[in-house]
Every structure is written in C-alpha cells, then in structure tokens.
Write a protein that binds this ligand. Structure first.
Ligand SMILES: [Zn+2]
Length: 85
C-alpha cells in the first residue's frame, strides 16, 4: 500500500492483507492494552507482545513509566463462583 504524500507515515502499519497473519495483526492493534494496569499511563512506548493459550489471548506487557511487567489476558467469557455470604 502506498503512503499518501501529504500524510505522516502510519506508525502502526499493517501487513499486506494477503499475508496469513494479516487478520491477527489487525486484531492485535485493535485489542492490545492501551494503558498500564499499575500506573494508568499510556503504553504507547512500552511493549505489548501477544501470544495465545487455547482461547485466551495473552498480552505480555511492559510499562515504560513504572516498569511494571506482566501478562494481561483477554477472553470472551468469564465464569466466576462467588461463595454465599
Ligand atoms: Zn505503569
């Protein structure tokens, strides 16, 4: 895809849609964590690397502001048991 000469370069370029990983790259850009779960600042300059474990999408995340590092897991449904009280 050619860049428009009057627009700045897209910092989140997607691969060619014909590539086998194109849809995964698109989902990653849409669903990746945007803010640190510890300090709340933007992760724009941090690291977010995605992997999969069954149906779960795991985002290994590093925050450049507070250095928090951990996994953020995205899933479709959560089943939570709450004890009676
Ligand atoms: Zn942080």
């Amino acid at each position: 895809m050619a860049d428009h000469p009057l627009l700045p370069r897209d910092p989140h370029r997607l691969p060619d849609p014909g590539q086998w990983f194109g849809p995964d790259a698109e989902r990653h850009l849409l669903d990746r964590p945007r803010f640190c779960p510890m300090c709340g600042k933007a992760l724009d300059r941090g690291l977010t690397s995605e992997s999969w474990a069954g149906d779960e999408r795991v985002f290994l995340t590093w925050c450049p502001h507070c250095s928090w590092t951990g996994n953020i897991v995205r899933f479709e449904h959560a089943v939570i048991d709450e004890p009676e009280h």
